[in-house]
Design a protein around this ligand. Structure first.
Ligand code: 3HC
Length: 302
């Protein structure tokens, strides 16, 4: 392993070899960005089929990036694509991937028990120096870390959709995360070309804690008959400078994800009016209308 001195003169692990567990939109996006910035990445999921789809997704997204970045140099673009894909390998064996990694980052299903089991298992196999991190958007990092014996080398790295475009990474430290680990995660985020912000291990960290209640209030505003979805979306784009309105953004993120986050919070803090249920959101999710990914949410998609 490589060790460096951070700006705060605290020693930290320089992350070069990364295992990303979960080949969905977030995991594949993180793998793409890490590979594009010269890291060697092993993307892990349960089946070859899923991994093939993840790599296809990476190729598709890379093409969009390259079209812009290498607009006048298509050959350099192809070379870049080739180099990036060379940095990505796939595996269905998380344990063996973790054995040669400086960082194991999970972006799997938002289920505490499954995440705990995964990290509890990997804790026995990964080298001493390896840092574990979760991309969870709704579960406490300290709860996930509790299944391991590396509480000091455990943190959160929360990315945003679409990962290749969104510049932010939330770096989350628990009360047990060491300064060395925190600095490693901050430096890794910078090495990905992202801007990190430091977060505490509190529900929603910074972005979702503000974004999710705002979106749900937009849905309630519509439920009260105080504005059409279209007008609310236009209003927030042109009046507040958001790239997407709250209904477009919910469809993009996934209504199931929005509901999952809200349910978790309202369970913990049922009297908080910010976390009050929305009938419309519940109805759409019950009907399987999850947004863009299912073809319909607040809007219909081709
Ligand atoms: N990969 C690579 N490039 C992409 C991309 C992707 N997945 N998505 C968009 N782009 C780039 C492409 O260059 C695209 O040009 P192309 O269509 O010619 O390929 C360009 O962006 C413009 O895209 P669009 O024309 O489709 O639309 P926009 O100009 O609106 O940009 C957007 C798309 C970047 C997604 C922008 O609308 C945006 O920033 N939306 C808000 C996203 C947001 O708020 N995300 C956070 C969600 S919360 C979250 O993720 C946390 C979780 O825990 C819930």
């Amino acid at each position: 392993i490589c060790r460096g001195i951070s700006s705060s003169a605290v020693r930290h692990v320089v992350i070069k070899h990364v295992t990303i567990i979960g080949g969905g939109q977030m995991g594949a996006g993180i793998a793409q960005v890490a590979a594009s910035t010269g890291h060697s990445v092993t993307l892990v999921d349960t089946s070859e089929d899923i991994l093939k789809k993840s790599v296809k997704g990476i190729e598709g997204s890379l093409k969009r990036v390259i079209k812009k970045k290498f607009a006048d140099k298509p050959e350099a673009g192809e070379e870049f694509m080739h180099k990036v894909l060379q940095n990505v390998s796939t595996s269905s064996d998380a344990g063996s991937a973790a054995q040669s990694s400086d960082l194991v980052l999970e972006a799997i299903v938002e289920n505490l028990k499954i995440k705990q089991d995964l990290f509890g298992h990997l804790d026995k196999l990964a080298p001493e120096h390896t840092i574990f991190a979760s991309n969870t958007s709704s579960l406490p990092i300290s709860d996930i870390a509790s299944s391991t014996n590396r509480l000091d080398r455990f943190g959160g790295l929360h990315f945003f959709n679409p990962v290749p475009m969104m510049k932010l990474v939330e770096v989350i430290g628990t009360s047990a995360t060491s300064q060395e680990t925190f600095d490693s995660l901050l430096n890794f985020s910078k090495a990905l070309g992202k801007t990190p912000v430091s977060c505490k291990d509190t529900p929603g960290f910074i972005v979702n804690r503000l974004l999710v209640p705002y979106i749900i209030e937009a849905i309630r505003l519509h439920e009260r008959g105080h504005g059409s979805k279209e007008d609310i979306d236009v209003a927030m784009k042109l009046g507040a400078g958001y790239p997407m309105g709250p209904f477009e953004l919910s469809d993009y993120v996934g209504l199931d994800t929005m509901k999952f986050i809200m349910d978790g919070w309202s369970e913990k803090d049922p009297d908080n009016p910010l976390f009050a249920q929305s009938e419309l959101l519940n109805k759409l999710v019950a009907e399987g209308k999850y947004g863009k990914k299912s073809g319909e949410g607040f809007y219909k998609y081709k």
